[in-house]
Design a protein around this ligand. Structure first.
Ligand code: UN1
Length: 498
């Protein structure tokens, strides 16, 4: 019998139930009758309490020297390392990804801890000459204030880490609102943050439903910043509301990422990349490969190779060491992926392999979908344009490198991209011409590293980049400081140059 976890909110250093007392459940997507955790269905008054605690803590936290703030984050990294295995088991159970990937999710959080902690001793500003004699000019970074972090279920540790860690190092206080599907992962993660000794109110956790608690956070007048990773539809609401209520907002939304395979590519390497990019994490990454743009000279051969490799992939529970592909997160998503198969067929695409909900043997107890290759896809089809977020990849044939890049760019999204070629000129052309926040040459579309900016162009984001040093631009404001030591009034914008 697996243990049932009782999750609470974490506000002002205390584990609390929601004021209204209503309880929700999270379930194991590989074994849907198994309840993993219960969690509170928080409401606006819980958000008020969390925001008040975060505001109170902010007044002193922002004055803690940045290197000292960073030490707490470093300690979180050490604790994550210590608890990696038990947390990985929990991720596999609650979110469904294979254990190796669950460990990778935590490792991304650990990497982010150690990387962000280093920023505590940098947070550089600039000095610059003044126009005036005996006057000094410089820029310094200031924290923003209370940050609401709204995070998805697909990377239940890494994504909260890559938001919270730089936010804290920069001197902000945070309120995490995790996805309803992975409350236990979020609770264990916040236990680890709390275990690092962060003062009460510096990090808070409020569970609940997006439309209730997420909305209350986004609309709250005392929240200064919202960082959101999730669907484009919700992101549009978050962005519009933050615009209306004058909050800083960082949005990380959909993708329709393509991998191009040119005729000169190392096909075995491109195959490894395609399988991992399309079916890793069951295709449930915003960076997942959902289009394979194949040069006509290798299309047939590559499709055969891809088909053959796909037949060998094993579906199963994340904690079974034989599993290559875990379940889909929930019934709604499973149905959504399944509906895209009808759309694909109606539009004239061909289901080469997969295309069905998998229900053989023990799979019938979970939300499994067969890894799917759609052939004969044209760029105008919905399956070539819309994010599916499942183990489905669409094959598009092209005649030239130029056509491949044009089709890759013909998307409202622009997160990740990949080109397999041995031609260095094509590689650099791709780097220059692809409209995406991330481009890989001879590597899959997934697997971004935490010390580089992460995010996308067009409707994927709103111009911000989390991770890397650019995370500091999300979580700080600039202040320009002028120090006049001339002991006289020096007036700028007076034209005395004749
Ligand atoms: C996501 O799917 O939202 O680049 C994040 C990657 C991972 C992060 C994915 N480092 O695939």
């Amino acid at each position: 019998m697996m243990t049932l976890l009782t999750c609470c909110n974490y506000i002002d250093g205390q584990w609390l139930s929601a004021a209204a007392g209503t309880i929700l459940e999270s379930r194991n997507p590989a074994l849907v009758h198994e309840v993993v955790a219960t969690f509170p269905r928080s409401q606006a008054d819980d958000v008020d309490t969390a925001v008040a605690a975060a505001r109170k803590a902010y007044h002193s936290w922002r004055k803690v020297p940045a290197p000292a703030r960073a030490e707490y984050v470093f300690r979180v990294g050490e604790l994550l390392l210590q608890h990696k295995e038990e947390l990985a088991q929990l991720i596999s159970r609650e979110m469904g990804k294979p254990l190796t990937e669950a460990r990778g999710d935590i490792q991304e959080g650990i990497d982010c801890a150690f990387y962000s902690a280093g920023e505590g001793r940098r947070l550089f500003g600039q000095t610059t000459p003044s126009e005036m004699p005996n006057k000094f000019a410089m820029t310094v970074r200031m924290p923003i204030g209370v940050c609401a972090l709204i995070t998805p279920w697909n990377f239940p540790v890494a994504i909260p880490c890559w938001k919270a860690m730089p936010a804290l190092v920069c001197g902000n206080t945070v309120i995490l609102k995790p996805a309803e599907d992975t409350p236990a992962c979020a609770t264990k993660l916040i236990e680890i943050f709390a275990g690092a000794g962060l003062p009460p109110g510096v990090i808070n956790l409020v569970h609940g439903v997006g439309e209730e608690v997420g909305k209350a956070l986004v609309e709250h007048p005392d929240v200064d910043l919202v960082s959101f990773t999730g669907s484009s539809q919700t992101g549009a609401y978050v962005g519009a509301t933050c615009g209306r209520t004058h909050k800083r907002v960082c949005l990380e939304m959909g993708g329709k990422n393509a991998q191009v395979v040119m005729e000169d590519a190392d096909l075995e390497l491109a195959l490894d990349g395609a399988i991992w990019g399309a079916f890793g994490t069951t295709g449930q990454r915003c960076t997942a490969t959902s289009r394979l743009i194949l040069h006509r000279d290798i299309k047939e051969k590559f499709t055969t190779m891809l088909h053959e490799r796909t037949t060998k992939l094993r579906l199963g529970a994340g904690n079974d060491s034989d599993t290559d592909i875990g379940p889909i997160i929930n019934e709604r998503q499973l149905q959504r992926v399944s509906q895209y198969m009808d759309i694909a067929r109606e539009e004239g695409a061909k289901v080469l392999i997969g295309g069905e909900i998998a229900s053989d043997g023990s799979l019938k107890h979970g939300y499994f979908f067969q890894p799917t290759i759609l052939d004969c896809v044209t760029p105008d089809m919905r399956v070539a344009r819309e994010e599916i977020f499942g183990p489905v990849v669409a094959l598009i044939e092209v005649n030239s490198f130029e056509e491949a890049i044009a089709i890759l760019n013909d998307s409202k999204y622009g997160l990740s991209s990949s080109v397999y070629t041995r031609d260095i000129n094509r590689a650099f052309t791709a780097m220059r011409d692809i409209e995406a926040g991330i481009t890989y040459i001879n590597g899959p579309t997934i697997g971004a590293e935490v010390h580089l900016p992460f995010g996308g162009v067009k409707q994927t984001g709103n111009g911000h980049r989390e991770a890397g040093t650019t995370a500091l631009d999300v979580f700080t404001e600039w202040k320009s400081v002028y120090v006049d030591f001339s002991e006289s009034l020096q007036r700028a914008q007076i034209d005395n140059r004749g």
